[in-house]
Write a protein that binds this ligand. Structure first.
Ligand SMILES: Cc1ncc(COP(=O)(O)O)c(C=O)c1O
Length: 411
């Protein structure tokens, strides 16, 4: 027999077949998913997206500003490299660390862009930044160890830590301070079990960039720094910095999903301190074997031939960013800090509602615009909405017009 839900389990146990209940209870336990799978929270933004898709199926036109996914197609030179790889038969497992051509391209990229020298032996190519995060956390954190994470933060960070029985330790970042981490606040949070500090600049959900002096301050604190650099390349008016400019005691994780519009290719990489490469390689071999060979050849083209495409997309994102900032301010949202990277704006909507979950679903229902509830990104973002500008300017304009009408209907 299979038990689908706790309710079904209860009604089964209340059944009159007491003589066989003991046997059945042990049998039932085998049908219940493991605690770690039961406890992992859902990605709330996916709830919004799925509701939006339900409405679309009913014939509604929805403007999607909830999704963290580029709306551009993957640049042609990258697609051609993948087609060539298939044609040439590069369709098998690769070295578990990744193609040497791609690892060398990563090293050249970090040298040219940030002036840092890394060795291809320190680079582990992964099936996206998400597996890279999981692998780093698994290699670094024992049960009960702590990793410092900003609040707000990308929702998966604490979920990965909890999944591994480690603990997220939150440090607040505030809009009045441009959502910047402060080394003094982090220092107060460091304890015996602190293994690492996670930084994400530009950040999801705030779009903020850590200043170089703050990065230097964090690098000096002592614990390893895990730096999620996935939004590098999508920076406006300022310049992004890699953690490797400030310390070698760091893990960089980066990927091709965002700047190269390659979410579906599932490609990323880790740059790790030498002593962690072999453990990470063993995790890769056991869990993933290698990243996709075809995507890796596409990745080589991305790093060597797609600079003009990235620049073009960045220019368009910037136009949308400026437009959105202006529209939000005109509608009465107080944006204390202007986001300088990624494609998100985290906007304070506490004057409209305390609970961002209910607000986001109300905006979806009544205005037909998908936005992400801030609560998905931590307690400090409750009352905020994350608005993504990974959508055409035309759609963003329509989305803002709809939200403006929604606000008028509420007042
Ligand atoms: C901050 C951050 N890190 C990692 C990821 C995961 O990216 P990938 O597609 O490379 O797994 C995302 C995706 O939205 C992200 O926003």
């Amino acid at each position: 027999m299979s038990v689908q839900s706790p309710k079904a389990l209860l009604s089964f146990l209340n059944a009159e077949h007491c003589d066989t209940v003991l046997w059945r209870m042990s049998d039932l336990k085998k049908c219940i998913p493991a605690e770690r799978a039961r406890d992992i929270p859902p990605f709330i933004v996916m709830d919004v997206l799925e509701k939006a898709q339900d409405l679309e199926r009913q014939g509604r036109r929805i403007i999607h500003m909830e999704i963290g996914e580029p709306d551009f197609p993957t640049p042609a030179c990258i697609c051609e490299a993948a087609e060539n790889a298939i044609r040439k038969g590069h369709t098998h497992y690769t070295h578990s660390l990744g193609l040497i051509q791609l690892r060398e391209a990563v090293c050249r990229h970090y040298l040219e862009k940030y002036g840092v020298t890394i060795n291809p032996d320190q680079v582990i190519v992964t099936s996206g930044t998400s597996p890279a995060l999981f692998m780093i956390f698994a290699a670094l954190l024992e049960a009960e160890d702590e990793i410092i994470i900003s609040d707000p933060h990308y929702p998966c960070y604490p979920n990965f830590a909890n999944f591994l029985k480690a603990r997220p330790a939150y440090v607040s970042v505030r809009e009045e301070e441009d959502f910047q981490y402060r080394a003094e606040d982090i220092r107060k949070r460091i304890g015996d079990r602190t293994k690492a500090i996670l930084v994400n600049s530009p950040s999801n959900p705030t779009g903020m960039l850590l200043s170089p002096d703050r990065m230097a301050g964090i690098a000096d604190l002592g614990p390893y720094v895990v730096s999620d650099e996935i939004y590098h390349g999508l920076v406006y008016e300022e310049k992004e910095h890699s953690i490797l400019e400030f310390t070698d005691r760091a893990f960089v994780l980066n990927g091709f999903s965002k700047a190269f519009a390659m979410t579906g290719w599932r490609l990323g990489y880790i740059v790790a301190p030498g002593e962690f490469v072999r453990p990470l390689q063993k995790i890769q071999q056991n869990f993933f074997i290698s990243a996709s060979s075809i995507s890796q050849w596409a990745g080589v083209a991305a790093l060597t031939s797609a600079a003009a495409d990235v620049e073009r997309m960045r220019g368009i994102y910037n136009e949308r960013r400026k437009y959105l900032i202006q529209r939000l301010r005109d509608m009465g949202f107080a944006l204390k800090a202007e986001p300088k990277g990624a494609f998100y704006i985290l906007v304070n909507a506490r004057h409209l509602a305390d609970k961002s979950y209910a607000l986001a679903f109300d905006i979806l229902d009544r205005a037909g615009v998908g936005v992400s509830p801030g609560v998905d990104f931590g307690q400090n973002a409750e009352g905020y909405l994350r608005i993504s500008y990974a959508n055409s300017l035309e759609n963003i304009k329509e989305g803002m017009d709809r939200i403006e009408s929604y606000l008028k209907s509420c007042s």
